[in-house]
Design a protein around this ligand. Structure first.
Ligand SMILES: NC(=O)c1ccc[n+]([C@@H]2O[C@H](COP(=O)([O-])OP(=O)(O)OC[C@H]3O[C@@H](n4cnc5c(N)ncnc54)[C@H](OP(=O)(O)O)[C@@H]3O)[C@@H](O)[C@H]2O)c1
Length: 267
């Protein structure tokens, strides 16, 4: 790729929020490096975006839960200056921690936490050296409710938000932005993959992936360290922040029971 073009590397780019990021950045004229496991789906996505927007799009098929997959993407970051890294690939588990397979919990942490840390670590020094660049780590409103009982997912997202804020503060005066993007329920393949019966959720809770990305990119331009798309989820996060933990400990499990699953199992 020509060194003068502006390049975005997006993980989990073949579906949901990652696919919306790929489309949004292609529409903005950025060349793309797209990462996911399904090589065929990646190839067709790259071809479609190149055809529609005239940008270059390079597929990198890699499983970010494996050392080999991480090494492949880290090598790309080492060889090519990246203007925007979107650490988006993530997964949920719809199983109580008491019943879950510990390997599945580890798998979740490998993708939601370890891959985010390693790719940020690989991309950031070159951005700081160049005095420009941005990293968006896709977190979740679930990360603001880390007091919920349940699985590792909300805790992993609390880590993503805290980590992004900390690194963002570290580099913001050096021309580089790092931001946690914290969506609420968004219509994607996430819930189906996690085995969550999303049909139980009322319509008003749902966000569109394209709206999440548009609001996230707007907040990134404003220099925010944490972005929570939509007024309703901003209000929800505000309420979670000021509610005493003792109250949350009583209220959240009751709400979860009504939803028919353990709060924090996913989403
Ligand atoms: N949807 C929501 O309600 C919601 C809410 C808050 C936060 N989020 C967060 O948003 C992010 C994106 O989620 P989404 O809802 O867009 O999910 P999605 O529709 O299920 O898409 C997941 C993407 O990640 C890729 N992926 C999955 N496992 C991977 C692995 N091991 N290595 C590399 N790529 C992998 C998938 O492609 P392959 O299967 O081909 O690898 C796919 O492109 C996640 O971090 C999620 O936690 C989602």
């Amino acid at each position: 790729m020509a060194p003068t073009s502006s390049v975005a590397l997006i993980t989990g780019a073949t579906a949901g929020i990652g696919a919306a990021f790929a489309r949004d950045r292609a529409a903005a004229g950025m060349d793309l490096i797209l990462v996911a496991r399904d090589a065929e789906r990646l190839d067709s996505m790259c071809a479609d975006l190149t055809k529609e927007f005239g940008v270059r799009a390079r597929p990198v098929a890699a499983d970010l839960t494996t050392p080999e997959g991480l090494a492949a993407v880290t090598a790309v970051l080492a060889e090519e200056p990246i203007d925007l890294l979107v650490n988006n690939a993530g997964l949920g588990l719809n199983t109580s921690f008491l019943k879950s397979d510990v390997e599945a919990e580890q798998h979740l942490l490998n993708l939601n936490v370890v891959a985010v840390m390693r790719l940020t670590h690989a991309a950031l020094p070159a951005m700081v050296q160049r005095g420009r660049g941005a990293i968006v780590n896709v977190s979740s409103v679930a990360g603001f409710a880390a007091t919920m009982p349940g699985s590792t997912y909300p805790a992993s997202k609390a880590w993503v938000t805290s980590f992004s804020e900390a690194v963002g503060m570290l580099v913001k005066h050096r021309g580089v932005r790092v931001m946690a993007l914290c969506p609420g329920f968004t219509r994607t393949e996430f819930h189906q993959r996690a085995g969550i019966a999303a049909g139980q959720m009322p319509g008003w809770v749902w966000l569109r992936a394209a709206d999440v990305v548009r609001q996230g990119m707007r907040d990134l331009r404003k220099g925010k360290l944490v972005s929570v798309p939509s007024i309703r989820y901003k209000m929800a996060v505000g309420a979670l922040k000021i509610t005493p933990r003792a109250v949350l400990h009583r209220v959240l499990p009751r709400g979860a029971k009504r939803m028919g699953r353990t709060v924090g199992d996913a989403q």
